[in-house]
Write a protein that binds this ligand. Structure first.
Ligand SMILES: [Zn+2]
Length: 89
């Protein structure tokens, strides 16, 4: 089976990198930042490992105006897929 995912990040209709996209939230209130990350979390947690039948777990924490996302996966392969997904590659 071939899995293909694509996450697009856009600002004002222009395609941007995930970093650029996240940077645009930096001056926003914490809850707005967290909302942007929630979107990525939903996409990443929709992935499922074909070997272990598990989905990655995404944790989002906002502290001191910065939001960080942690991904826990069942194996290296899943981790790679999850990171690519989160990075919008
Ligand atoms: Zn796995």
């Amino acid at each position: 089976m071939d899995f293909s995912f694509e996450q697009r990040y856009e600002l004002n209709g222009r395609r941007v990198s995930r970093d650029e996209w996240l940077r645009s939230f930096r001056d926003q209130p914490d809850e707005v930042q967290a909302g942007a990350f929630e979107e990525i979390k939903t996409e990443v947690e929709a992935l499922r490992c074909a070997i272990h039948d598990q989905s990655p777990k995404v944790t989002i924490k906002t502290a001191d105006g910065e939001t960080r996302m942690t991904i826990e996966s069942c194996c290296e392969e899943m981790e790679e897929r999850a990171e690519k997904m989160a990075a919008g590659e």
